[in-house]
Write a protein that binds this ligand. Structure first.
Ligand code: ADP
Ligand code: MG
Length: 552
């Protein structure tokens, strides 16, 4: 089976009025003209699609959903699942809640996709369509039918059919004729969904909800072979082909951690269940992103949600994950987690060879570090170049040569002075050493003298070591000579650079001369042409005059 990639979109919602009121800051931004999201200072992630705070519902739909709806009509199975912490915009983006009362431009993916499906159906005159809808939720690892309140959870099962496709049996499937009918069923189902109050979102969804639209198409096809044989009789024979495709819209429960919502008691149990489902989903995504996965077990069976989504992850469906992100700095950790989670899903598709491993984050960080270092290096080079040109400016030309001469003279003067001091210090050392042996001094003076002698000796030793280190010479002039040589070398380099510049200038000048010559030639030619033109004009005038006279 051909592997169909999972695509990942990220949508960052705007700050909510209550967040603005609490002076919360934005910590997530989109890099313009890229598919990159940056969280915090510099954690960057790249996805298939990114939508910023100002992205409109129709933009999201047109960019990444419409092509999937068209594929669905072609017969592909499609799954869209929304992931993110409670309050990050999953339901808003999917558009599964309060559909009827929502203004048209605010409508999310589901109502837009449903309209498109029915629009497309009305355009296929030769096809017979049957549209069915089911709406279930996974609540605390139990399946619930949101369309058939009388259906018991125990009667709903996840099975594999004879082709290996995942099917949910026992849930009510309603046959529908219009988009409005689906919306009506959806609203009814939402009323039955489990919602609860947490500190984060008043009606936070506590369950995974899965709306499934199945379309069976019976395509009437001209049997061309028979037509060819019986062309004379102009008889058309038709045969039928049935295509059945499923569209899952999955609104996953909030991915927030228990501590953040302040959930306790029953709510705490729910959070644990919710997160275990999302954890299982994460494990499936990781396993599928592993290049060794041919031999690796993919833990679909660990949770109901992963069993239901089996076809959508590593199966035969076209799948889009929409990671919804809150931009608020107070949700930084959750947003970062969601981006990491979404990034793993992207691995299934984009880099089947690159395995997700714990080093992944470190690699991200290292890439950023390398980037920062490269920038720093560039800046440094710029600085060196400007300083270099300054030095070359300072040291070239007559003025530069004079400066070097002055510096060299100064250096020689200082060397001589230094030499004098050193000799005097050595003489003093020897004299004091002799005196020390000859006279008995008061204790305090004797101690002072000894200290001075020790310090002088130490200084002498250090000096001789330094001289040996710098080439074994003990003349003392060597380091200064070294500096002069270095300066001279630098000057040579600058002079070379100047010569190269001069060469370029002379080339440019030659080119300029060539162009000037060409312009002159063209001007000359132009003059000749003008003269010919004048000539022709005069002839023409003469001709007209002659003709006029002849006529008279
Ligand atoms: P979730 O389903 O993830 O818990 P919701 O979809 O309920 O989150 O969104 C929480 C709040 O944020 C709602 O009031 C919703 O209207 C608002 N919201 C979410 N996304 C957007 C968006 N892209 N633009 C404007 N408001 C948004
Ligand atoms: Mg929701």
């Amino acid at each position: 089976m051909e592997e169909i990639p999972v695509r990942v979109a990220v949508r960052v919602r705007p700050l909510l009025p209550k967040e603005i009121f609490r002076h919360q800051h934005v910590c997530v931004r989109i890099v313009p003209n890229t598919q990159q999201v940056i969280i915090g200072k510099d954690r960057a992630f790249t996805f298939d699609f990114v939508f910023g705070q100002k992205s409109a519902q129709d933009q999201v739909y047109a960019t990444c959903i419409k092509p999937l709806v068209l594929s669905f009509i072609e017969g592909y199975n499609v799954t869209i699942f929304a992931y993110g912490q409670t309050g990050s915009g999953k339901t808003y983006t999917l558009g599964g809640g309060h559909v009827v009362s929502t203004a048209d431009e605010e409508k999310g993916i589901i109502p837009r996709a449903i309209n498109e499906i029915f629009q497309s159906i009305s355009e296929h005159q030769n096809t017979e369509f049957t549209v069915k809808v089911s709406y279930i939720e996974v609540y605390k690892e139990e399946l619930r039918d949101l369309l058939g309140h009388e259906t018991s959870s125990k009667d709903i099962h996840i099975r594999e059919d004879e082709k290996g496709n995942t099917v949910i049996v026992g849930a009510k499937e309603c046959v529908v004729e219009s988009a409005e009918e689906i919306i009506h069923l959806l609203e009814g189902g939402n009323g039955a969904r489990h919602t609860g109050t947490t500190q984060m979102n008043e009606y936070s969804s506590r369950s995974h909800a899965i709306l499934t639209i199945t379309v069976d198409q019976k395509v009437d096809k001209l049997d061309e072979e028979l037509n060819k044989v019986q062309d004379a009789e102009e008889t058309f024979h038709t045969s039928s082909q049935v295509i059945s495709s499923k569209f899952h819209f999955v609104d996953l429960s909030g991915s927030e951690r228990v501590t953040k919502t302040g959930n306790t008691g029953e709510r705490f149990k729910e959070s644990v269940q919710i997160n275990s489902g999302l954890l299982a989903l994460g494990n499936v995504i990781s396993a599928l992103g592993d290049p060794k996965r041919k031999s690796q077990h993919v833990p679909y069976r660990d949770a109901k949600i992963t069993r239901i989504l089996k076809d959508s992850l590593g199966g035969n469906a076209k799948t889009l994950m929409i990671a919804c992100i809150s931009p608020s700095s107070s949700n930084f950790d959750e947003s970062l987690n969601s981006l990491k989670y979404a990034n793993r899903a992207r691995n299934i598709k984009n880099k089947p060879i690159v395995n997700y491993n714990p080093e992944w984050d470190r690699i991200d960080e290292m890439e950023l570090e390398i980037h920062a270092l490269k920038e720093a290096l560039q800046k440094y080079h710029g600085l060196i170049a400007s300083q270099g040109s300054q030095v070359s400016q300072d040291l070239t030309g007559e003025h530069g040569k004079n400066r070097i001469r002055v510096l060299e003279e100064q250096l020689t003067r200082l060397q001589a002075e230094c030499h004098r001091y050193r000799t005097s210090a050595e003489d003093a050392f020897n004299i004091l050493l002799e005196l020390k042996g000859l006279t008995t001094l008061p204790k305090i003076q004797e101690r002072k003298l000894q200290e001075w002698l020790d310090a002088a000796e130490e200084f002498q030793n250090k000096n001789s070591v330094a001289r040996v280190d710098s080439g074994g010479s003990t003349t003392g002039d060597e380091p200064n000579l070294h500096t002069v040589l270095q300066l001279k070398r630098e000057l040579k380099k600058c002079q070379d650079a100047l010569a190269a510049d001069e060469k370029v200038f002379s080339q440019k000048e030659a080119e300029l001369k060539r162009l000037q010559a060409r312009i002159n030639t063209v001007l000359q030619e132009n003059k000749v042409h003008l003269a010919i033109l004048d000539d022709e004009e005069n002839k023409q005038k003469l001709q007209v005059t002659v003709e006029l006279y002849t006529f008279i």
